[in-house]
Design a protein around this ligand. Structure first.
Ligand SMILES: Nc1ncnc2c1ncn2[C@@H]1O[C@H](COP(=O)(O)OP(=O)(O)O)[C@@H](O)[C@H]1O
Ligand SMILES: [Mg+2]
Length: 362
């Protein structure tokens, strides 16, 4: 059962769903949004209805447990088509550039093999699932034409620094040659040798049963995510990890830490917090002032009192929460030095400038 809390199995149909274009969260998680929708829109040359985004996106790289198709019995081989190796990266980047161009005729779509470059994953940035070293990986290339900054290197530095400090982080590597790309190991698949089986996954947006496309998101709160995780049996140590992750997002200045950038995965017969992914600073705004979700009683504001105010939701006594916050804030100088190993020029300057340890402690 994909979501026994919001959608328990029952005989009656579910009707009157209004959030997220009428799509239940656990199905929405299996669908592309920003980038994936854009590519489908170009590849099929028309605006698609939500159900088409589900049916036309590939089954082999979806998150969660669902496959989508038009017949009750899946055709043989559905969802099993092999994914290309890293050699496919250059072609993908070429296709990305074309997707950003407005007019694509049938011939261009065919030459670029655009329909093979789809992804069911969410998120705004171009991405596609490939395989490397016996695992499925997510490749997020630098967009040569539009990216002002070297986001693959910035995300790589931010993620690997967190891993070096003992946070639970998706394994990442940097494809340093042309095309430059961040490579992230998929934590929701077993190794290819074990069949690259899917590991169930739900986004925090689905845990919160929340709307994605509102102007204000009063129900986006870290403490509420922690509560929903606890309700689904996630162990206390993962709630504590979520607290550390929230502090880390404040430290690096990742104001894009919305509930699709947090998830649970089903491991060892229970839901667990997924490894951290998509954490990098927002550049050009100086030290972060807010996160995307409320961190405490005063909402999204980064401050010591606010970050500590919901400590009990994370299975942390106040003094332990305080010690964790201080530990993470204390990494600021080391983080900046680490950025210096991977970044140069404006990338380095802006990443250092986003660090918000002073606000975290005041
Ligand atoms: N390592 C991973 N394993 C499995 N799923 C992932 C992983 N990283 C990201 N995802 C899924 O893919 C989506 C898009 O990836 P993300 O890195 O957030 O891209 P973007 O920068 O475009 O938001 C995430 O919201 C999540 O559902
Ligand atoms: Mg994301």
């Amino acid at each position: 059962m994909p979501d026994p809390i919001s959608y328990p199995l029952r005989a009656e149909a579910y009707t009157g769903i209004t959030k997220n274009r009428g799509i239940p969260g656990f199905i929405n998680d299996a669908m592309p949004d920003g980038w994936g929708e854009r590519l489908l829109h170009r590849a099929y040359g028309q605006t698609l209805a939500p159900i088409e985004y589900l049916l036309k996106s590939p089954n082999n790289d979806r998150i969660g447990s669902l496959m989508a198709g038009t017949s009750p019995v899946p055709p043989a081989g559905l969802g099993e088509s092999p994914v290309p190796s890293l050699k496919g990266l250059a072609k993908f980047v070429e296709a990305c550039e074309a997707v950003y161009d407005n007019q694509l005729d049938e011939e261009a779509i065919r030459v670029l093999n655009l329909r093979q470059q789809r992804s069911s994953l969410g998120g705004a940035r171009p991405k596609r699932t490939l395989q490397d070293n016996g695992m499925l990986i997510l490749a997020k290339p630098r967009d040569g034409r539009y990216d002002e900054y070297d986001f693959p290197a910035i995300e790589f530095a931010c993620m690997t620094f967190a891993a070096s400090k003992g946070l639970s982080v998706a394994h990442t590597a940097l494809h340093a040659d042309d095309p430059r790309a961040l490579l992230v190991e998929r934590f929701d698949r077993t190794p290819l040798a074990d069949g690259a089986k899917r590991i169930p996954m739900l986004s925090a947006l689905t845990l919160l049963d929340s709307e994605w496309d509102d102007q204000y998101h009063h129900d986006w709160r870290y403490a509420a995510v922690a509560d929903e995780m606890r309700r689904r049996g996630v162990p206390d140590k993962d709630l504590q990890e979520l607290f550390r992750r929230m502090c880390y997002n404040a430290l690096v200045g990742n104001g894009d830490d919305h509930p699709r950038n947090h998830a649970v995965i089903w491991i060892g017969g229970r839901w667990r917090l997924s490894p951290m992914y998509d954490v990098l600073p927002i550049l050009g705004e100086g030290p972060a002032q807010t996160l995307a979700m409320a961190v405490g009683k005063e909402g999204r504001k980064i401050s010591r009192a606010n970050l500590l105010s919901h400590h009990a939701h994370f299975a942390l006594p106040r003094d332990e929460a305080q010690a964790l916050l201080e530990e993470v804030a204390g990494w600021a100088d080391e983080l900046k030095a680490y950025y210096g190993k991977w970044l140069v020029g404006a990338d380095l300057h802006m990443a250092c400038d986003a660090v918000s340890s002073v606000r975290m402690c005041s």
